[in-house]
Design a protein around this ligand. Structure first.
Ligand code: SF4
Length: 478
């Protein structure tokens, strides 16, 4: 049955990846993507519940679609992702104009469920974890149509159970793909034109694959993730850049740092979520490392390659966080020298252990701490960017520059360096042709969060490219 669909994505890169897979299964079932809700027979809202704000946004988006559903009762309205998994059937009871609720592990069943709905079936919720037989939907990009940066999942779920986090509830226990499957998907993307791969996992560095050699280490936190990185580098030599997100600091082991030292393909940037600089708060968060351990691991990673940079996630206003605890977080941010940071106010999430601790830091206090945190990291980030003016950088161009205005031929595109710095690239009359290419750029100006550069050297010939523009580093599921 032919139908038109729209998938709207909220939240992290894992959701971007899941939306890509939904797009794939819906197209294979006869669906055609459309750009607006008005044109669609099916609208899927792929949701995030990691923070209260994200969940509120989803509720407001669902509310906005109510008039459309009233005007066109045959329109199928679906909620997928973490809110779907968290709420299940209850969501159908609460939002009467909703037809379908589908969990992250049930994407393969989406076409069949949509067909039932298009045929007038009753509202349905499908939110079953595939713990016994994990399924990982893989991409089959057509030659020349792969995005410059491909997202490849390595695992799903999380066994950590940090006290503030809903992910173990919404994404289930850890399950891994085989290294062979991951390497094969990376190769398919690269063969189809992708230059960079971003490996995804809730704790991407906890990777285990029985088919890989054992880590051979006394360190109980050692995993097979460094082996996976080496396997990709060895078996897909045409890959230009390899990144991963988000590692858990516990598994940022000596062999991971050694992989960074040995493998040129690995980006010189790691996003290593810390959440707090206070041992007291880290204990209450159940992060399973101390401040000193985090700093030692971050330093080891930073020392692995010249010019390596780090970014992080921080939660302010965790229950019981005192002024002194927060000062320790600020001092850690200075000590490690992060160049970017995602900061969030703590918000109580359902089914999390931290609910028992209350929410005793006032919202104005949280706002003030967040502002101070950004002040420190923005200054560090800006100082770092300023050092790059006058240097030459290699930029993977991903698409039109967000700063580009007007309908004429693009004169600016944007991309990233291997350290994840955003660079707006000027190339008079030829900017479009740069998309999907690694381009040598001279940096002429530093902005607050990005750089401006001019392409140097020969420009590549124009050709069709698929695009995806990613945020600098998406906040992890933390
Ligand atoms: S914060 Fe990260 S490591 Fe902790 S439970 Fe959530 S997903 Fe797992």
């Amino acid at each position: 049955m032919a139908f038109r669909f729209l998938v709207q994505t909220f939240g992290c890169q894992m959701n971007v990846h899941d939306s890509d897979r939904m797009d794939g299964v819906l197209r294979a079932a006869g669906g055609t993507p459309v750009p607006t809700a008005e044109e669609a027979d099916l609208i899927v809202l792929n949701t995030c519940s990691v923070r209260e704000k994200a969940e509120q946004k989803l509720r407001s988006e669902v509310g906005k679609l109510a008039p459309l559903k009233r005007a066109r009762p045959e329109l199928v309205l679906a909620v997928a992702g973490c809110v779907a998994q968290q709420e299940g059937e209850k969501l159908l009871e609460r939002v009467r104009h909703l037809d379908l609720v589908i969990g992250p592990d049930n994407i393969a069943e989406l076409p069949a469920l949509v067909m039932e709905q298009l045929a007038g079936g009753p509202p349905t919720a499908r939110t079953v974890f595939d713990v016994a037989a994990p399924r990982f939907l893989t991409a089959a990009p057509a030659p020349g149509r792969a995005p410059p940066v491909a997202l490849v999942t390595t695992m799903k779920g999380c066994d950590e159970r940090c006290s503030f986090c809903i992910v173990p509830t919404t994404r289930g226990p850890e399950r891994y793909r085989s290294a062979r499957d991951v390497v094969d998907e990376v190769r398919r993307f690269v063969d189809a034109g992708s230059r960079e791969v971003l490996l995804l996992g809730q704790t991407v560095d906890s990777f285990r694959d029985p088919a890989l050699p054992p880590p051979g280490s006394d360190d109980p936190d050692e995993t097979q993730f460094p082996h996976l990185l080496r396997a990709i580098a060895r078996d897909v030599p045409a890959l230009a850049r390899l990144r991963y997100t988000s590692p858990h600091p516990r598994h940022a082991t000596a062999s991971l740092a050694q992989a960074h030292a040995d493998l040129d393909v690995l980006a010189r940037h790691v996003h290593l979520p810390v959440q707090s600089g206070s041992d007291r708060v880290l204990r209450r968060m159940i992060r399973r490392y101390t401040r000193a351990e985090y700093v030692a691991r971050a330093r080891r990673l930073a020392a692995a390659r010249p010019g390596m940079t780090l970014s992080t996630d921080v939660i302010v206003g965790f229950p019981g966080e005192t002024d002194d605890d927060f000062e320790q977080t600020l001092s850690l941010v200075r000590e490690v020298g992060f160049v970017a940071l995602f900061g969030f106010k703590y918000s109580p999430r359902p089914s999390t252990p931290a609910l028992r601790l209350g929410d005793d830091v006032s919202d104005p206090q949280k706002s003030e701490r967040l502002a101070r945190l950004f002040e420190v990291v923005d200054a560090q980030g800006a100082a770092h960017l300023a050092t790059l003016v006058g240097t030459r950088q290699r930029v993977l161009v991903e698409g039109a520059s967000k700063s580009e205005k007007g309908d004429g031929p693009a004169t600016r595109v944007q991309g990233r360096t291997d350290r994840n710095e955003i660079v707006h690239v000027e190339a008079e009359g030829a900017a479009e042709a740069l998309v999907g290419h690694l381009v040598d750029v001279e940096i002429v100006r530093a902005h607050r969060h990005s750089l401006l550069g001019r392409a140097t050297g020969p420009l590549p010939p124009a050709g069709p490219r698929a695009r995806r523009s990613l945020p600098l580093v998406a906040p992890s599921a933390e």
